[in-house]
Design a protein around this ligand. Structure first.
Ligand SMILES: Nc1ncnc2c1ncn2[C@@H]1O[C@H](COP(=O)(O)OP(=O)(O)OP(=O)(O)O)[C@@H](O)[C@H]1O
Ligand SMILES: C[C@@](O)(CCO)CC(=O)[O-]
Ligand SMILES: [Mg+2]
Length: 334
């Protein structure tokens, strides 16, 4: 039997980092996907083929007649830890430890770029392997297992990323619970800096700042929570479309300033954010953990101008759409 599953990337429209401290966030699935194929193999081992990921620590040396490969196995194993934990949790749930399973991954999502590649790979893996093992899990249950994977690997996670990747659409997420917000085709442009920021390290860095200066950081997180509440009200309001987007744009700019205050922006991210605003975006902010990775802009009727401005500022624009669909079982073959 062979199962192919896929799960989408996401953008955090509002509320990254503050969501880890129990504040609300708004997240949307987007049309970039990670595909995971799972099948039984004849060994008693788990085999992972990750086709789109660089394996760190590989050293190649050669003489005239021979090539030598050495690897820092610790680093290589670490990069596969989301997939490994996802498989192990499902094998445990299905009481299937000891079975041979091969998992093969291909992905359209840039890695460590704030677009939820870790959650998408975990959710698609859980989806594919659970189906292979005959476990009937709901999307909510898969989201919860994805959250456990992130907690095991990162040490801290709000769970918003695995939830949006499993569920799809646009959600309001808060303290482990979610509700769908009305689906809207938001005119967004994502700008990729080309560098990555590991979520685990950025969340830990914010935690250290919080512990060092709680009286300063607490009000920043509270303000972020208020910005998100206001954005939820705006999305649910009867405001005319243009006014709605203008208000969301202003709230994005405030959210970006607060994220910058927490120390998760970089020079390149800020350059892309200001380039987008100058080219006519109503708002622009970091999306995801920051420290590199991506920003996004809200740019009705200005998507191509903003994309060009991002390119000129040295970034890579990604014009994408919000995706209604979360985890998808693409194919089940006998
Ligand atoms: N295609 C893939 N195959 C295997 N592992 C992957 C893949 N994509 C992502 N990962 C895992 O996810 C890690 C990156 O996750 P990280 O949380 O740091 O960034 P992100 O999820 O892309 O961004 P963010 O969490 O800010 O949205 C990689 O180092 C790797 O361990
Ligand atoms: C930075 C963070 O808030 C969002 C990453 O997309 C981490 C999390 O919520 O787990
Ligand atoms: Mg992640």
């Amino acid at each position: 039997m062979r199962v192919l599953a896929s799960a989408p990337a996401k953008i955090i429209l509002f509320g990254e980092h503050s969501v880890v401290y129990g504040k609300p966030a708004i997240a949307a699935a987007i049309n970039l996907r990670t595909y995971v194929r799972a099948e039984f193999n004849d060994s008693k081992r788990i085999k992972i083929e990750a086709h789109d990921i660089k394996t760190p620590g590989l050293i190649v040396s050669f003489s005239e007649n021979e090539i030598y490969f050495e690897s820092d196995y610790g680093k290589a194993a670490e990069v596969l830890s989301y997939v490994r934990q996802a498989i192990e949790l499902v094998m445990e749930e299905a009481d299937a430890n000891g079975k041979g399973v091969t998992v093969s991954i291909t992905s359209q999502i840039p890695v460590g770029a704030g677009l939820g590649s870790s959650a998408a790979v975990a959710v698609a893996t859980i989806g594919a392997v659970s189906k292979l093992l005959g476990l009937e899990l709901t999307r909510e249950e898969i989201a919860k297992l994805g959250h456990r994977v992130e907690l095991l690997v990162q040490g801290a996670s709000s769970g918003v990323d695995p939830t949006i990747s499993a569920i799809g659409g646009i959600i309001h997420y808060e303290k482990g619970k979610f509700e769908h917000l009305p689906f809207v085709e938001l005119p967004i442009v994502v700008g990729y800096t080309g560098s990555s920021g590991p979520t685990k390290e950025l969340v830990a860095m914010v935690r250290r700042t919080y512990e060092e200066m709680p009286e300063i950081v607490e009000p920043i997180l509270t303000s972020m929570g208020k910005v998100v509440e206001e954005a939820i009200e705006t999305l649910l309001s009867e405001l005319e479309e243009g006014m709605k987007l203008a208000r969301l744009g202003r709230l994005m700019n405030i959210n970006h300033g607060l994220l910058d205050a927490l120390g998760v922006s970089t020079k390149k991210l800020s350059e892309l954010v200001y380039a987008a605003r100058t080219a006519g975006a109503l708002g622009a902010k970091i999306t995801g953990a920051g420290g590199g990775g991506c920003m996004y802009a809200l740019a009705p009727e200005k998507q191509s101008e903003v994309a060009t401005a991002i390119t000129i500022a040295g970034g890579t624009p990604i014009i994408t759409e919000i995706s209604r669909e979360g985890l998808r079982i693409e194919e089940v073959l006998p």
